[in-house]
Design a protein around this ligand. Structure first.
Ligand code: HEM
Length: 212
């Protein structure tokens, strides 16, 4: 919208839309990953409230990006539209064209699709009810965002033809954010004293406690 309003669209505005939504998906993924390091460094715990919203923005932009790809890249590439633009046959051909492209010889498409598919279970389980229901499994599931961000960078790196400077910045950002996490958890583990059985005797189950 900003590029449109400031007359900075290229000769291929629909292509611009695919690029812009792609880059914003990656930016929102980086912002999501930045929340925890920022919280750890500054102690600003309230910032965690924004993590879900930013993560959902990443999914939203990823979906828009996929939608523009469907329209600009795939629908526009169909030679014929039997029964019109919105007909069962056109939709069937479009789906076949997308599936063929994902499984085809453009690896950046396969990687991009995987990155977006990994965000779907995260978006679906982002509600407070699901967080409560899944408990510790929720945290494990939401680590998929690390894989998605890495795949997003690979997708970007793979699709640029000559100048890799921009994907390199994103690779460095994602690498630094994930590196911080790894460093922090190792530091925390090394600082936590190992529990000895004598210091922390195992609690007996409630059912057995009264039988002695
Ligand atoms: C988390 C998921 C994804 C991320 C982070 C992502 C990111 C990006 C980025 C950063 C760009 C380049 C923007 C630029 O040129 O400045 C891009 C372009 C593109 N992406 Fe994605 N993408 C994702 C998913 C997908 C999916 C699911 C598809 C289609 C199946 C797709 C298809 C494309 C296409 C066709 C382009 C334009 C390629 C070109 O300019 O030749 N992406 N994406």
């Amino acid at each position: 919208m900003w590029a449109f309003l400031t007359d900075r669209l290229s000769v291929n505005p629909l292509g611009d839309l695919t690029s812009e939504t792609g880059i914003w998906t990656l930016r929102f993924l980086c912002l999501t990953l930045a929340i925890t390091p920022l919280r750890r460094i500054t102690g600003w715990n309230a910032i965690v409230r924004f993590r879900r919203m930013i993560g959902l923005f990443a999914f939203f932009y990823g979906s828009l990006h996929f939608l523009t790809y469907m329209l600009v890249d795939r629908l526009a590439g169909l030679v014929e539209f039997p029964g019109g633009l919105v007909s069962i046959e056109t939709i069937r051909r479009l789906a076949a064209s997308i599936a063929g492209d994902i499984a085809g010889d453009r690896p950046f498409i396969t990687i991009g699709f995987t990155a977006l598919a990994l965000l779907l279970p995260l978006a679906l389980t982002s509600t407070t009810g699901m967080i409560r229901r899944l408990g510790r499994k929720w945290q494990a599931l939401h680590r998929l965002v690390y894989v998605s961000a890495c795949l997003g960078v690979v997708h970007y790196w793979w699709l640029v033809k000559a100048d890799i400077s921009r994907p390199r910045y994103y690779a460095l950002a994602v690498g630094a954010l994930l590196g911080f996490r790894a460093w922090w958890s190792r530091r925390r583990r090394s600082r936590t004293p190992a529990r000895t059985p004598a210091a922390h005797p195992r609690r007996m189950p409630e059912s057995q406690r009264h039988t002695m």
